[in-house]
Write a protein that binds this ligand. Structure first.
Ligand SMILES: *Cc1c(COP(=O)(O)O)cnc(C)c1O
Ligand code: SF4
Length: 459
């Protein structure tokens, strides 16, 4: 197979993968042409939000001649104005005067806690129980799907500036959610025949070696788990480190594992995160896709819509068409979640729906497997279908793609149009006094926690 002829940087992760962290930031931002004051502010932002990148991403994805305006640069590098000047100024001053690490860390932590580190109540609300004990590192929000966060998969080959899981990457132990107790996860799944799909997620599970990944995947093929029909792996590795499937020392073992899942009669889906069309351009990506598809695994694609990175219809239609050509299946366009520097990346829902429709209407029906723009919220995935005028009122038409209460899936509902709204919590119900997922008034006494949260947001 000619796959090892892909260039000098395509050696295995042990040898070829070179990670860059905050301590390289000054050098890298200088390469992008930033002045000294801006570089200091960027370093201050990187004490609060995670930064990690690698040589492939730096050399194959970023257009350095465009500097800070380059969408790939904006995807990978913290920007000085991502956080407020009040938050960042004092930390920049500490860095400039060489303040002790502890002082800087404490200031950074304070800023973090103001950034809604765990949106949509993920930590408290969706952790299931086994034998009356919580099962951390597992989320069971929708009856048919269980998410597993393997302990060894809680990092990525590079970090996206908009990541909603950022809190997991910044060394706050109480913010981490992950499991290494595969036996308990398996027991839980055996006791839950309604679960048909297991989604292994992170961070990025493909950061794990094939051997460790196997410890999580293989038990799912065993007895008592015949009800598991699909195993999904959520990953950005095709964009950030395609060598994972080509020339890393365990690339072949990984593909064999996919083969085994397919042979066991289960659907294997790689849920590939692609943010920008440029991520699909390097020849290594097409080669990695060919290898994955040769196992019988399906690759579905998803990404959030991000201001300044992919907020135009041409970027999305180009991505979907290239993906189709390469045999991938477009799956979701997400709305950026309400966490971290959301204000910096948010696209108003009214614009999001225009971008989605303009892109969707310009691609063939084969690409129209994609859904969105979709908000992953506490009650479920809410899709914005469009803006309509009904009975003299301008409204958003919405429906739930996924819901904690399955009876709500697919039922249209409406919200007053608001050009500034960026998230469900900004919306007010139209033609009704509450949204379908909100509790009925008589249940206001002693609401369950997520209801309390919704009510707090709605008031
Ligand atoms: C999106 C999502 C899923 C998977 O939903 P599908 O409709 O099966 O793709 C599962 N759990 C959570 C928490 C999700 O956000
Ligand atoms: S790849 Fe996913 S989990 Fe990793 S930084 Fe990007 S958005 Fe976050």
């Amino acid at each position: 197979m000619p796959l090892h002829d892909l260039g000098p940087e395509s050696s295995g992760q042990g040898r070829g993968f070179r990670a860059y962290s905050a301590k390289h930031l000054d050098e890298l931002t200088a390469r992008a042409g930033l002045d000294q004051a801006t570089r200091l502010a960027v370093r201050a932002v990187a004490t609060v939000l995670p930064f990690r990148t690698n040589d492939y991403v730096l050399e194959s994805l970023i257009d350095w001649s465009a500097g800070q305006a380059d969408p790939m640069y904006r995807l990978l590098f913290p920007q000085a104005d991502m956080l407020s000047a009040e938050d960042i100024g004092p930390i920049a001053a500490m860095l400039a005067r060489g303040a002790p690490d502890e002082e800087i860390k404490a200031a950074a932590r304070e800023v973090r806690m103001r950034l809604n580190p765990h949106p949509a109540g993920q930590l408290a609300l969706n952790v299931p129980e086994l034998d009356d004990e919580p099962l951390p590192g597992v989320q069971h929000k929708y009856p048919e799907t269980v998410l597993v966060f393997p302990k060894q998969g809680q990092t990525c080959h590079a970090y996206c500036t908009y990541c909603f899981r950022w809190a997991q990457f910044v060394g706050e132990p109480d913010l981490k959610m992950a499991t290494d107790d595969v036996a308990r996860v398996t027991c839980y799944l055996q006791a839950h025949p309604e679960v048909t799909s297991v989604l292994i997620t992170g961070g990025d599970p493909m950061i794990m070696s094939a051997g460790v990944l196997r410890r999580y995947v293989e038990p799912l093929l065993g007895p008592g788990l015949e009800h598991i029909e699909s195993i999904r792996i959520g990953t950005k590795s095709l964009a950030y480190w395609p060598h994972r499937f080509l020339t890393d020392p365990d690339a072949d073992d990984t593909l064999r594992l996919f083969d085994e899942v397919v042979a066991a009669g289960k659907s294997t889906a790689v849920m590939a995160h692609f943010t920008h069309p440029r991520e699909l351009e390097p020849p290594q990506v097409a080669a990695a896709i060919r290898r994955i598809r040769s196992t019988g695994a399906v690759i579905r694609t998803q990404a959030p819509l991000i201001r300044g990175i992919n907020d135009d219809a041409a970027a999305w239609s180009s991505m979907w068409r290239t993906q189709l050509r390469l045999g991938l299946v477009p799956y979701y366009m997400f709305v950026e979640r309400d966490t971290g520097p959301q204000g910096y990346f948010a696209v108003p829902l009214g614009r999001a729906v225009d971008i989605f429709r303009d892109a969707y209407s310009s691609v063939s029906g084969l690409c129209r497997t994609v859904r969105g723009p979709s908000m992953s919220t506490t009650p479920g995935k809410v899709c914005v279908d469009g803006v309509a005028e009904i009975a003299g009122q301008k409204v958003f038409a919405l429906h739930m793609i996924q819901a904690r209460d399955p009876s709500l899936v697919g039922r249209p509902f409406f919200a007053h149009y608001d050009p500034a709204a960026v998230w469900l919590s900004d919306l007010r119900p139209a033609f009704a006094d509450r949204f379908p997922f909100e509790p009925e008034p008589e249940r206001l006494i002693g609401p369950v926690p997520w209801e309390a949260e919704l009510l707090a947001r709605a008031s």
